[in-house]
Design a binder for this molecule. Structure first.
Ligand code: PRP
Ligand code: URA
Length: 211
């Protein structure tokens, strides 16, 4: 695994909240709000290198040259369903971001992603695109999602996940070496059902209370 494009967010608040999410007794309501809080905290790290430009403002005292974000703003692109749980936290940081959606589900037998929806905002090629999904397991879903946004013109993409398996990180690094990956945990491995071990179970089911 190449550590150059993999960033572990080891902030204590993120780690503490993730531990509560992993607990099988944590209710959907709490799971959802913790994912929302972590997404905001991770988003702070993800946006650390956004480019700035000078702008002149008139303060009550005098004119001052200050900084503002340069160029087009972000696009947040959740992978349905579980990625939806990361959108609001990111939008609280960058309220002007546009939101695209990618519908993918993992076939329960083959574990391969099946595409069912894609809608992107305009000018995607000029935006930093944050593809988000809490789980990077085999990496099939995130790799396909990144391929879909690239096909529509995106040039600058970051992947934000919560829990990653080594297999998933390696797949993204193989398929998309230009994409920076951010995760709150790098877990041990995948089990025979391609679930992350120890992981936190099925993220979509835990967010939405389905089974
Ligand atoms: C989960 C998860 C990822 C994918 C990860 O979604 O949210 O999208 O699996 O697995 P992979 O890295 O092996 O592709 P799922 O297919 O369960 O769909 P859902 O969010 O609609 O429940
Ligand atoms: N999808 C999930 O929601 N959890 C896993 O551990 C793997 C895929």
């Amino acid at each position: 695994m190449n550590t150059k494009t993999f960033h572990l967010i080891d902030h204590p608040l993120v780690q503490h909240k993730l531990t509560i999410m992993r607990n099988k007794n944590t209710a959907s309501k709490d799971f959802r709000s913790l994912l929302d809080e972590i997404s905001l905290l991770m988003g702070y790290e993800l946006t650390r290198d956004l480019p700035l430009e000078d702008t002149v403002v008139e303060t009550p005292i005098q004119k001052a040259t200050c900084k503002k974000l340069a160029g087009k703003k972000l696009a947040v692109v959740p992978i349905l369903r579980a990625g939806l749980g990361m959108v609001d936290g990111l939008l609280r940081l960058v309220p002007s971001a546009r939101v695209g959606h990618i519908g993918l589900y993992r076939d329960p037998k083959t574990h391969l992603p099946v595409e069912y929806y894609c809608k992107m905002p305009p000018d995607i090629e000029k935006r930093l695109v944050i593809v988000c999904d809490p789980m990077l397991a085999t990496g099939g879903s995130s790799s396909d999602a990144i391929g879909m946004v690239k096909k529509r013109g995106a040039k600058h993409i970051k992947l934000m996940c919560l829990v990653a398996a080594p297999e998933g990180v390696e797949k993204i690094q193989r398929d998309h070496p230009d994409v920076e990956i951010y995760a709150a945990a790098l877990d041990e491995r995948l089990n025979e059902n391609a679930y992350i071990v120890p992981g936190l179970g099925d993220a979509g089911d835990r967010i939405f209370g389905t089974k």
